[in-house]
Design a protein around this ligand. Sequence first.
Ligand code: GDP
Length: 379
Amino acid sequence: MRTHDLTTVRNLGILAHVDAGKTTVTERILHRTGATHKTGEVHDGTTVTDFDPQERDRGITIFSAAVTCTWAGHRLTLIDTPGHVDFTAEVERALRVLDGAVAVFDAVAGVEPQSETVWRQADRHGVPRIAFVNKMDRAGADLDAAVASIRARLHPAPLVVQLPVGREDGFTGVVDLLRLPSDAPAEARRRRRVLEEAVAELHPLALEEFCAAGTVSAETLEKALRELTLSGAGLVVLCGAAYRDRGIEPLLDAVVAYLPSPSDVAPVREDRPADPAAPLAALVFKVVSAATGRLTYLRVYSGTLRKGDQVRAGDRTERIARVLRVQADRQSEVDSAVAGDIVAVAGPKAARVGATVSAPGAELLLEPPVTAEPVVSVA
Ligand code: GDP
């Protein structure tokens, strides 16, 4: 993986109603990608993403944290977004710095009020999404009903790309409808047909192939699904049971296949392209005050941020003492961060959430100046 190859970067959020399983999905992703080997359980308060004691006490994810892991040669940074209704401003901030998202739903409850609120926020920010219907192992879990509620309340074109195997307690996993084995059951073949027809209706290339060959190849389906995800015209739907570690690998594959890289999204500003050689523009989206010092989380939109650099942050000039990539259970120091990266830096003493970090002489403001300073304290 080359550091400057933006196409192998995915900055994504996991959006969900409280209790849909966002924390569990995040934990399983980190476990599966090898970012952490201790799989924290939600109920005993040892999850590794929720490192703030207040969060652990309340059992909900209050503050956004960014965690980096690797999958199939891609660098995935998960930006945690609060699911609780009281923290929509924080959700907005997180939506600003991510490029795509996985919306998690409960297979029994389907679309819940808070999922709808977060969905509309993501719509406003134009965030491409895929959906993960979680808790397929629960009594009453029903993928078709969950998809019907998504269609009725959120998105007119859900595109189910998997066949769940087994029901409720007997749920054992999923079959990929794009690459069906030759001995696939009739129900899988029927669902594949439904998917082909739905994609053909939305995508000219798929339609052409469908008309000519009576079927659509996996390659064309994947290409079409990616474009439909990026434009928002279609919504890829997957399912699983995070708690049982079912459906996590296909979800990671879908993140890589369908969600955008920083080079797929519009630049933050015309004169600040997602290019390491462009003038620096970064946005502070979280500040954590820990015993080891103050950490400032940044999304770099353009340019390069190097250790030792003097930068403009808000109305001050500050020195970047260290650049850190934050993994689930550790931080690793790097020499620089480039356009598309999400990192934490040490050094700036006064940079606030919402502040723009830019090069002296090439200053800009990505957001209006803020007065309040939400700093998260970690014991
Ligand atoms: P969050 O509030 O969205 O972060 O949800 P959590 O990850 O904390 O999960 C809420 C509850 O649902 C916890 O008790 C989890 O153990 C449980 N849960 C999460 N995923 C699954 C799943 O796939 N199946 C079942 N049955 N329960 C799950």
